[in-house]
Design a protein around this ligand. Sequence first.
Ligand code: MG
Length: 386
Amino acid sequence: MPTTVAVVGSTGSIGTQTLDVVRADPDRFRVVALGASTSVDLLAEQANEWKPEVVALADPGRARELEALVPAGTRVIAGPEALPAISTGADVVVNGVVGFAGLPVTLAALGAGRRLALANKESLIAGGPVVRRARETPGAEIIPIDSEHGALHQCLRGGRQEEVRRLLLTASGGPFRGRSAAELATVTVDDALAHPTWAMGPKITVDSSTLMNKGLEVIEAHELFGTPYDFIEVVVHPQSIVHSMVEFTDGSVLAQLSMPDMRLPIGYALAYPHRIGSPFGHIDWTTLSRLDFQPPDLVGFPCLGLAYAAGRAGGSAPACLNAANEVAVAAFLAGAVSWTAIAAIVEDVLAAHESVPLTDVDVVIDVDSRARRAAGQMVEKRNRAA
Ligand code: MG
């Protein structure tokens, strides 16, 4: 029996690469549901290739248009509840939605006792305690689709939890590694979108340039593996070949290596505890000449320290950090604020935030919207001052 897969966010970078993995191993997996926010044409094209039972569109205004394009036998559902609605019925639910909007998908999949193949780290970071409770549903589990956490998940199979000394998260350092404060003050959107080793969506690419992505990944590692923050370290590794490492109590370090290719962690998350038969990210050892490592620059890239601080503060602080960052990154991409303003806005919103316990999803949504409003006001203030 093939493993059934729901791909939520199927038209984005993670979604299309998930379908590549399935295409390479068609006997092992069957796509039963596809969902996207607004990309009707690509969603319809995918529906015609995979003939899923159901396709979901978050934008209700274009449901009619989509219905006319999908094959007979594929149901169309649309509206704000559509993506979580298709996240309960498959063996594996891939959450490739961008940003906080992925939270309902995460909660729906875990609440239905499914395996969640999670690329949407924001839901885990913002909804920490709420997601933790949903993970206790019998059958529910998270296998990360993030190259670093997929690597950690693999390395952690090499020992017992009490034998782990620390997690070493690698970071490429992004396009601005090694730049001075003066150089960083004038970088453009195009500069930030030119990632040296990974091709990804715009939001995560900007997060990589500020090191906020690594900061979010520190919180993600804490949530996924329960490791205290003092035992999660970031190591800059410009080649993006060592995807992360685990140091054990006897001094042994296990690392996972491959060329940067998201289809490897996607295939791992879909097939775990087995391994798929198609290699992605294969290393040619005759041309790989060196692997470099260095400490991160916490002064030029303050977002990493802000994320550690929010993670350590706990409660609603990570949700606030995430929301402020999403607003600041969107403003940067729209040309409204500078690159250095991203960290400044996040810092100011966090400083004014009073942490509350995240008792349920409504509290998470409330914290998120308040932090978004505060960040939006700071964007406006900066515009007026400029
Ligand atoms: Mg990553």
